[in-house]
Design a protein around this ligand. Sequence first.
Ligand code: ARG
Length: 583
Amino acid sequence: MNLKAQLEIRISDALAAAGAPDGSGALIARSNKPQFGHYQANGCMAAAKALKINPRDLAQKVLDNLDLSDIAEPLEIAGPGFLNIRIKPEWLARRLTEAERDPKLGVPTPEKPQTVVVDYSAPNLAKEMHVGHLRSTIIGDAMARVLDFIGHKVVRQNHVGDWGTQFGMLIAYLNDLAADDPQGTQADAELSDLEDFYRKSKQRFDSDEEFANTARQQVVSLQAGDAATLEAWRKFRKISLSHCSDVYRRLGVLLTDDDVYGESEYNDDLVNVIDDLRSAGLLEESQGAQCVFLDEFRGKGEDDADVPLIVQKSDGGYLYATTDLAGIRYRQTQLNADRALYVTDSRQGMHFTQVFGVARKAGFAKPEFMLEHVPFGMMLGSDRRPFKTRTGGTIKLTDLLTEAEQRAFDLVSEKTPDLDEARRKEIAAIVGIGAVKYADLSQNRASDYVFSWDKMLSMDGNTAPYMQYAYARVKAIFRKAGIDESQAVGQIVLTEAAEINLAVKIAQLPETIHSVSVECMPNLLCSYLYELAGAYMTFYEACPVLKADDPAARTSRLMLCLLTARTIKKALGLLGIDILEQM
Ligand code: ARG
């Protein structure tokens, strides 16, 4: 169990023994400001209010019932009723020595690992990936990495949009090109830019009635499973997916072709979804469409109208929601999932509330199956409006990544012009892509954020380059002194305040990772990293490492350096960000 959880349980027990109605007051504040001690229990205010006693008196009662002497120094009551907890240096040192030997750096493996579906990225294959897909792709990827590292079984699902009426239009356009171009060279050239391809076929669709009819006919043939149409669809889909793969590779995310499980996979099951909703007595017809009404959404629409979840249109067509219902059932029965995370922008909040609600009501998701929408806000330009090109177009993801690498390359070339170009390019890719990812992940995902090249590439502040540099600096100690890392073994001894502070931070990795996994908030890991780097900097200024007074202190400090480096590398790795041994 991580330290924070351990403390909370014991404080909670003491609160109960002191007669408090529930565990409130036991919670440890998230930001543990050093001046408050290393941990601070939130205070006995709420519990004291319920008991109608003075919070400080309650705090005293809690102390009388709480023996933390194995872990902490004698506890102190602070302010209106907070409990300050200073971890004993010997206990910390032992904990870190254990973590040092552990490939998981002290992060405990759950007793009952879960199977967790992470549904992320999921672009619409009719078009090229654009900046709108960035957040889902990198937040989802970080969650997949964190959950996997903890020891859960992660199933990545790229729920791509690979079905629907747009594909009729695209296939018709593709067929047209092929008719004049038996070698397929023109089609290939045009498909190298999907955005363009989509635009051209849409123009054609809007201006050419005959073409539009053919396109509509293609939709019907596609749905009927016509072999030639399916063949063209497969071709288009494959090319579009290969564009995605390029982006994934450059971004360094884990998604592969094996993780693609798109909307089209559920086609055959949609009729069953409707049938089962009908048998469950949940379907209602409204204006010709098949709908499910949930109590929570009665009277929530315009003019107090009930808001339905439409699952089949009047023309018989199915919808995004129908596919998601089929998906939930698939994930429960075929994937045996205990938990599913849906990483999409917050505008889909209502969709998921309804879909999850209907799935529960229909018995597609048993109560224990945790269904969670992981929403995020928008990327904004410096004008605080949605991030667009200068002319107002959508920014292709591939162009954004190229710009990130180029900007990082310019910076690297300025700082270290002597490095050969290939090496500068390598560094630029790691720094540039890392910067884009970190800038995104370090934000509270629920809010919008302003995309700023200068900020994310800065060496100061909570950025990827800063963290990468912090890592390289720690490693430089070993390199410069010619010390092999394997020599840094022995006992960790904590005496100086700066050593203890750093040790506390290192020891907080497990609880931070735990919070990220529960709340799906990768930014907690970024804040943690930033605090860790700060604690290291203070330590490095206050405590000589190579010139330590005695060999034992030197070894202990080298071990702290090494643990700091390993922790930074691990935490950045969980965010999907690479490090450089030398910068
Ligand atoms: N393709 C959808 C979009 O671009 C995202 C899919 C998210 N996943 C899901 N199961 N609905 O908005």
